[in-house]
Design a protein around this ligand. Structure first.
Ligand code: CO
Length: 134
């Protein structure tokens, strides 16, 4: 079951700069920058009443978003994150249906301190999908 839209992620070279632009343009509330070495990104969140925008920038030599940011030098929408009530049940259902989970399939702790998983964009209409335990 799909829950709420948790966030839309935009990959950029400088997440704080990108968030500041939103802050200035829309008077939006922006978070501090949080490095997530396990995910190879630095995140900055912009809080909206109904969801969040997650700006991510590459962190470290093997960042999974390094190539994306190289190809999209001005930034670009990188993934969409949905809340799910049971991340393991959702993972198992999607895999059974033929979707490809990224990495080893074990949830990692995401930017909100909750388990997350990613699914291949080719299995979801060209958009990388992140699911987060609600
Ligand atoms: Co995300």
């Amino acid at each position: 079951m799909l829950g709420r839209l948790n966030h839309v992620a935009i990959a950029v070279r400088d997440a704080e700069k990108a968030a500041r632009i939103y802050g200035a343009a829309f008077d939006a509330e922006i978070s501090a920058a949080v490095p997530l070495p396990e995910h190879g990104v630095i995140t900055v969140f912009v809080t909206l009443p109904n969801t969040k925008i997650e700006f991510i920038q590459p962190l470290g030599d093997n960042s999974p978003i390094a190539k994306f940011v190289e190809r999209n030098a001005d930034g670009g929408i990188h993934h969409i994150c949905y809340d799910v009530p049971d991340i393991i049940a959702t993972r198992d259902k999607l895999i059974k249906d033929g979707a490809r989970v990224l990495g080893d399939g074990a949830p990692k702790i995401g930017a909100h301190g909750k388990p997350v998983l990613f699914f291949h964009p080719k299995d979801f209409s060209g958009a990388l999908v992140e699911i987060e335990q609600a």
